[in-house]
Design a protein around this ligand. Sequence first.
Ligand code: NAD
Length: 542
Amino acid sequence: MIESSIEVPVAINEPVRSYAPGSPERDELLRTVSSMSASPIEVAAYIGGREVASGERVAMRSPHRHDMVLGHWHGGDPSQVDDAIAAALAAAPAWAATPWSARAAVFLKAAELLATKYRSVLNAATMLGQSKTAHQAEIDAACELIDFWRFNVGFLPKILSDQPISSPGVWNLVDHRPLEGFVLAVTPFNFTAIAGNLPTAPALMGNVVVWKPAANAMYSAHFILEILKEAGLPPGVINMVLGDPAAMVGRALASRHLAGIHFTGSTAVFRSLWAKVGEGVGEGRYRSYPRLVGETGGKDFVFAHPSADVDALATALVRGAYEYQGQKCSAASRAYVPASLWPALRARMMDVLPAITVGDVSDLSHFMGAVIDRRAYDRITAAVKGALADTGCEVLHHGYDDRDGYFIRPTLIRVDDPGHALMRDELFGPVLAVSVYDDARYDEALSRCANDSEYALTGAFWARDRAAITHASGVLRQGAGNFYVNDKPTGAVVGQQPFGGARGSGTNDKAGSALNLLRWVSPRTVKETLVPPTGWRYPFMG
Ligand code: NAD
C-alpha cells in the first residue's frame, strides 16, 4: 500500500541527559539500578507472541561483579528456531498488508516509551548486564535506540515516495514489498541500540524476523522486547530465540525461507555465515538470494599530523580508545604520532591515565567498567602480557584485576614496528597501540595507515594545517567508512553520521539510514496501461 501523502513526525536526535550530581535523572537511574540488581529475572524465548521457557537456565552475571546474578535465560535447542520461523511466516501476510503508517506507529510508540517510562530501565539493564557507565548507557540504550526508531520511521515515506515516471496512457509505480520469507537478525553484546535496531529495521519495512541476541546481552534484550510488546508489535513479527549461537543460527540458515541476514558482530563469524549462505545458494536451497547485511570488526585509527593540537588529541585518544573499555567497533586502537609531538602527547596521556578509575559502574564516578566476560578478559590480558615480554613494545600504562569483576585498566603501548599485531588485529579491549613516525617520513606513515589494515571502519585525522587535511582525506579515502577530522573516531549519531565500514568491516549498509532500509525491500514494478490497444498491427507494417 502506498500512502506517500502522510507525513511522519520530524525526527530529532534525542537529547543526551547529563546525570550530573543533583539531576533528577541521576536519582532515578540509581534507584532503578539498585532495584533491578535486587530483582533477578527469567529471560525466555519469545515465539509467536508467547514466552517459551525451556527450563535450561543459564545465569546472567554482571561483568563488574561476579557475585551479582541478574537472572537466568532459558536456552532452547534448534527446534525452537523452526518454531520461530513458522510463527514468523504465519504472521507475514497480515504484517505485509498492514499500512506502513500503522507499522511506523508501533516504532514511534516504542521510541516514546523508551524516552520516558523505560529510559532508566534500559539504561540500568545496559549498565548492569554489559557494564556501561551511565553516560555510555544513555548514549546507547536510550538515545541511539530512540534515534534509530524515530529516524527509520522518517526515512520510510521517503523511500516509498521514490516513484518512477509515467508516460501518456500509462501509470507506472513501484510497490516496495518486504522480502519473501524471514529475516534473521543476529546481534552483538556491545550495543543495546544495535540489538534493538537489527530486528526492527526490517520489521518496519514489513518483514518478519527471527532474532538471536548475544548471550552476554540477553538481559537488556529482554527489556527491548518488553518495550516492543507494549508498543503493540503484533505476535510473530519479531521472534526471539535463545541458545547456542552456531546451532541456532545454523538451523535458520538451513531454511528455504531465509530471505536475509541482519548481522553485527565479529568479522570471522560474518564470514562464516556468508560462506554457509553461499553454499546454500549453490545448492539452490533458498527461494530467493538472501540479502546479507553485516557490520563487523574494526582496527580504527587516529593519525596525527605534526600540526595537530596535542591537548585535544590526547582527550580524543583517551575517550576514543578507553570509553566502554574499548569495546566499541569504532574504538581507537592504533595511533600514528609524529616524533615531534610524541613527548608532549605521551606526557599528557600519562597525566590522565593514572587518574582514570575503573570499577563498578553503579558508582558514577568511574570512567570505565569491566570488559564483558572471562573470554574477553583472558584474550586482552594475554595480549598485554605478550607486549610486556616483547622487546619491540614499550608498555606505558596497564593493569588488570579479575577478583571482583573483569577489570582492565586503560593500556597504552608504543610499538617499534607499525606492522605489529597490536596495530593490525582487533583486540576489542582498552588497549591503544601507538606507532611513532619520523616527521620526515610522513607520507610513508600515512600510506601504511591507509593500506595496512584488513578493516576499514572508522578513523580520525588530526591537523591544524588545512592542506594536510585535504590531502590526507584523499589518501585515507578507502581506509574508513566513517572518517573524522579533529575528533575521536567513536560516537556516530543516527541521522548525522550514518555508520558502517568497508573491507573486512562489513557491507557498509549504514545502519540508521535509508540505505540500510532499502536492503529490506524487494521492489515490484507495476505498469498499468489505462486504455490497452485492441489492434495487433503496428503502423510501420502498413
Ligand atoms: P560475535 O561475533 O562474537 O557475536 C555476534 C553475534 O553472533 C552474537 O549474537 C553471537 O551469539 C553470534 N555468534 C557467535 N558465534 C557464532 C557462530 N559460530 N555462528 C553464528 N552466530 C554466532 O561478536 P560480539 O563479541 O558480540 O561483538 C563484538 C564484535 O562486533 C567486534 O568484532 C566488533 O567490532 C563488532 N561490532 C561491529 C559493529 C559495526 O557496526 N561494525 C558494531 C558493534 C560491534
